[in-house]
Ligand binder design. Structure first.
Ligand code: 5GP
Ligand code: MN
Ligand code: MN
Length: 344
């Protein structure tokens, strides 16, 4: 099966094999944490020609700039052009890999670790578990099958991945198995208080003021989403510039918007170009936002999804309104939403 194939692909590597780890564009805690945690595990196995990379701007977002294994990272244009093995993390489709997608063809073989239900099945060996709370759940299983013992450095990346994708163990994907994995990771001696302060609880003062402004102009549309309600706001490049902030600070903005009791669906439109918007969507259960995202060219999970839209903000939200009307799950409405949210 695929697990046996993945183990064989790693175990069969010659001593001087070049291994390239890749993850999705604009990497989040799961993409970076699973990739670097797994990479440190491969290093323990003796893989020494080892690189990790992601497409797009090469900067690691500030909240992750202390992760163990950052020394594995190289800019995408310096990554092995024809590695013996590619391992891909947290990417649902090839479109999330930018220019690195060619490595799936030039590599000797490839292993895809993911947990998106919408995963398109690209790559040679598929370790895709839509029931997994994070890609790091899959990564830890593969390390275990490779007999790599967890240490605090490996575990830190996997723990960052697990906590970011479960909203610190709040979302529906938080199963007993997730807590058992968290316990194994914590037992290595990592520091959960320090980690969550770095990842979740540290922002520049300018970001606090920026949030005040963009939250202050959030709009509530109770009739949207077939009466289940929509809340949304936008953050422009001008907002970022006026507060001297980097785009990464907006990643958590959706969490401040989606708590709105009167709306099942929350959207944040983040301007990334003159007429380009990265859209984050969350649902509490009445609406399948991945269907909305897919219809508009993106993807994601049922209750957390996204896409890139073009035009001005009003045009993008107008398209979302249209799709929302036809994306009801028939499942729990927002009163029951605490059981349904899941991100990344
Ligand atoms: P976030 O809103 O946190 O950026 O993303 C939430 C979920 O939507 C993640 O599972 C992510 O994979 C997916 N997603 C966000 N943006 C895009 C996009 O532009 N394309 C695709 N295919 N998925 C996206
Ligand atoms: Mn991700
Ligand atoms: Mn993920």
């Amino acid at each position: 099966d695929d697990w046996a194939a993945a183990v064989a692909a790693v175990r069969g590597l010659p001593a001087d094999a070049r291994v390239l780890l890749i993850c999705h564009v604009n990497p989040d805690g799961d993409a970076l944490g699973s990739m670097l945690g797994f990479g440190l595990g491969l290093r323990r196995l003796g893989v020494h020609r080892l690189q990790a990379t992601f497409p797009g701007p090469p900067e690691v977002p500030e909240p992750f700039r202390w992760l163990p294994g950052l020394d594995l990272l190289v800019p995408a244009d310096e990554a092995y052009p024809d590695p013996d093995l590619v391992v891909c993390f947290d990417a649902a489709s090839e479109s999330r890999l930018g220019d690195l997608v060619d490595r799936l063809d030039t590599a000797g073989t490839s292993i895809v670790l993911d947990h998106h239900a919408s995963n398109t099945g690209f790559g040679a060996v598929h370790l895709v578990d839509p029931t997994a709370a994070a890609t790091s759940v899959v990564a830890e299983q593969l390390l275990s099958r490779l007999d790599v013992p967890l240490d605090a450095e490996i575990a830190t990346g996997l723990y960052v991945a697990l906590t970011t994708d479960t909203g610190s163990f709040r979302f529906a994907a938080t199963t007993p198995e997730v807590h058992r994995l968290a316990a194994r990771l914590l037992a290595t001696g990592l520091h959960p208080g320090d980690i969550s302060r770095e990842v979740f609880d540290t922002r520049p003062f300018g970001a606090v003021r920026l949030f005040g402004e963009v939250l202050g102009r959030a709009r509530l549309e109770p009739e949207a989403a077939a009466g289940h309600g929509l809340v949304w706001t936008d953050a422009t490049l001008d907002d970022l510039a006026r507060h001297d902030q980097q785009p990464y600070v907006l990643e958590s903005l959706i969490d401040s918007v989606r708590c709105t009791a009167e709306a099942d669906v929350a959207c944040v439109l983040k301007q990334v170009g003159p007429v380009e918007w990265a859209v984050s969507m969350r649902s509490k259960g009445a609406v399948d936002v991945s269907a909305v995202a897919v219809a508009l060219g993106g993807g994601g999970h049922r209750f957390a999804a996204g896409f890139t839209g073009s035009g001005d903000a009003e045009q993008v939200i107008a398209r979302i309104r249209v799709e929302l009307a036809g994306a009801l799950t028939g499942g729990p409405a927002h009163a029951d939403g605490c059981r349904s949210s899941r991100t990344r």
